[in-house]
Design a protein around this ligand. Structure first.
Ligand SMILES: [Zn+2]
Length: 286
């Protein structure tokens, strides 16, 4: 499709193919934007983006095209804006496995998955299988990350008057930032979560006056004025199903703990995580 001059420097080719993968990623519908370009003998033989075929990952789309065209993949290079997935909660074969089984020789990665539960798992799977791994050039890594930013932010940052999130509370200092919107001066609450066991989790305020437990309340609308709660402690122990409240001059972030996957010493068997819902109550500005 795109023959490249044989004497083009390796770096120039890598940049060109990385850029093509990013262009492909930007065609993805929705927030998770991932693009893939498959190269053989210096030529692009297929490209694909996430949900180009509804429900399929970018790698699956590209590999299907290659397969339909009857092109052998052994020795091919793949440029992907996000590291391939290596685990799957469904019957889906993880993309890293598909690439290995197809005999792909080299995978160029634009960004590692920001989800701490799967971060660098795709890289590891490919490394263990003997696939050569390269990173996109630095300037294009930044662009690849930006293309996928809305999706990545789900795991460290929540936006909106209400929402939900699931994140690993043992990485990133247990921080999960909730903001009303993307404006620079948007009301923001930096919640910090800490290990407390299988049935409860600590919401840390750092100093008294910031966090409270809405004891026995299980629904946000059961809380009338969140300032009526007790903010004496510098942390709140929030059981599953209960609501912890984070207070700032801009208002309150109400966080209901839905699920905890604890650390192994508390009997956890999967990836450590906490699942929360939140609701913002803005302070009435006078
Ligand atoms: Zn995948």
């Amino acid at each position: 499709m795109n023959p490249q001059p044989e004497n083009a420097p390796r770096e120039a080719l890598d940049s060109a193919f990385s850029q093509l993968a990013i262009d492909e990623a930007l065609k993805s519908p929705g927030n998770a934007r991932v693009g893939v370009v498959v190269v053989r003998d210096g030529q692009v033989v297929a490209a694909g983006h996430r949900d180009e075929v509804p429900g399929l990952h970018a790698e699956q789309v590209a590999l299907q095209k290659v397969s339909k065209a009857g092109i052998a993949l052994r020795g091919a290079e793949v440029y992907t804006t996000l590291e391939p997935c290596a685990n799957s909660r469904t019957a889906r074969i993880p993309c890293a496995q598909l690439l290995v089984e197809a005999g792909v020789a080299t995978v160029h990665i634009g960004q590692f998955d920001r989800n701490p539960q799967v971060n660098r798992l795709g890289w590891k799977y490919l490394r263990d299988a003997g696939v050569a791994l390269r990173d996109f050039p630095a300037n294009l890594r930044a662009i690849a990350a930006k293309a996928n930013q809305d999706f990545a932010q789900n795991f460290t940052h929540g936006l909106g008057m209400s929402g939900g999130a699931k994140f690993d509370f043992t990485t990133n200092g247990g921080k999960f930032t909730i903001s009303l919107d993307e404006e620079p001066d948007s009301p923001t609450w930096e919640t910090r979560w800490g290990n407390c066991g299988a049935t409860a989790i600590y919401l840390n305020g750092g100093s008294p006056g910031r966090v409270a437990l809405a004891r026995y309340a299980g629904k946000f609308d059961e809380i009338d004025d969140p300032d009526a709660l007790d903010y004496e402690s510098h942390f709140a122990k929030v059981p599953i199903g209960s609501i912890g409240v984070m207070r700032s001059p801009r208002g309150h972030a109400l966080c209901r703990v839905k699920k905890i996957e604890p650390t192994p010493d508390y009997g956890g068997t999967g990836h450590v995580s906490v699942t929360i819902d939140w609701e913002i109550r803005l302070a009435v500005s006078l």
